[in-house]
Design a protein around this ligand. Structure first.
Ligand code: 13P
Length: 252
């Protein structure tokens, strides 16, 4: 079954509004290659400005997080209504930085994910093991817990309603990409688990992205793996030329 490859840039907290706008303009100059999708996720205060740049383009806009309520006493949170106003169609949930630096639990991430679905925003659920967990042979156990708890109570009509990103924590921002074989193994495991959580047809539709030190030199081999449907790129998405070469990777 066809899953459109998604090349996604997570700009984290690296850009000012002016820099984010400039970066979006520089990326939007090049047409998106046919049969591929591109997304960028700026910091929340830059969503409106970047959304305005991307409005006339096929590039999708994503938030880096999302609240499950549209209004109320939720200091510091971002309403799905405001995301929609900015033109965002996706929201990252459960990024490892949220889990590890801000103590977001699977239960909290599940609330965010279900909130996104309620507002017809595609949640991009990030999962991934730490190096200690990998060395303990606990990778699959950790991924299973993050997927089952993150997706608890979710029913889907189609696998296009959500996206998963496998981001091994030890590969994020370290320059240490998981090998293509390591990533493929984790992705195949996740897909079979998604078949169990939903059903096999839906699991075949769900895109599973790889993230962790992806760069122009590693993208082609990553994308050649059967169960890898795209990349969630941090550092290498912050410069237009390197992100554009990732977007234009050669199919092996
Ligand atoms: P890096 O590409 O900088 O390793 O970041 C990956 C990431 O966390 C994307 O969400």
């Amino acid at each position: 079954m066809e899953r459109t490859p998604l090349l996604a840039g997570n700009w984290k907290m690296f850009t000012t509004v002016a820099e984010a706008t400039e970066l979006a303009r520089a990326i939007a100059v090049e047409p998106v290659p046919p049969g591929r999708q591109v997304m960028v996720a700026p910091s929340a205060p830059a969503l409106n400005a970047v959304g305005a740049v991307l409005r006339a383009t096929p590039i999708a806009l994503s938030a880096q997080n999302i609240c499950w309520e549209e209004r109320g006493a939720f200091t510091g949170e971002i309403s799905p209504l405001l995301l929609k106003e900015a033109g965002a169609t996706m929201a990252i949930v459960g990024h490892s930085e949220r889990r590890h630096l801000f103590a977001e639990s699977n239960a909290l991430i599940n609330k965010r994910l279900r909130g996104a679905l309620r507002f017809e925003i595609i949640p991009l659920l990030c999962i991934g093991e730490t190096m200690a967990e990998r060395e303990d042979n606990a990778t699959e156990e950790v991924l299973e817990k993050q997927l089952r708890q993150g997706l608890a109570g979710v029913t889907l009509k189609s696998g296009h309603q959500i996206i998963i990103a496998y981001e091994p924590v030890w590969a994020i921002g370290t320059g240490r990409t998981a090998s293509a074989a390591q990533a493929q193994k984790a992705h195949a495991f996740c897909r079979s688990l998604l078949g169990d959580i939903f059903d096999k047809g839906i699991a075949q539709q769900i895109r599973i992205l790889y993230g962790g030190s992806v760069n122009p030199a590693t993208i082609a081999e990553i994308m050649a793996q059967a169960d890898i449907d795209g990349a969630l790129v941090g550092g290498a998405a912050l410069k237009a030329d390197s992100f554009l070469s990732i977007i234009h990777y050669k199919t092996l």
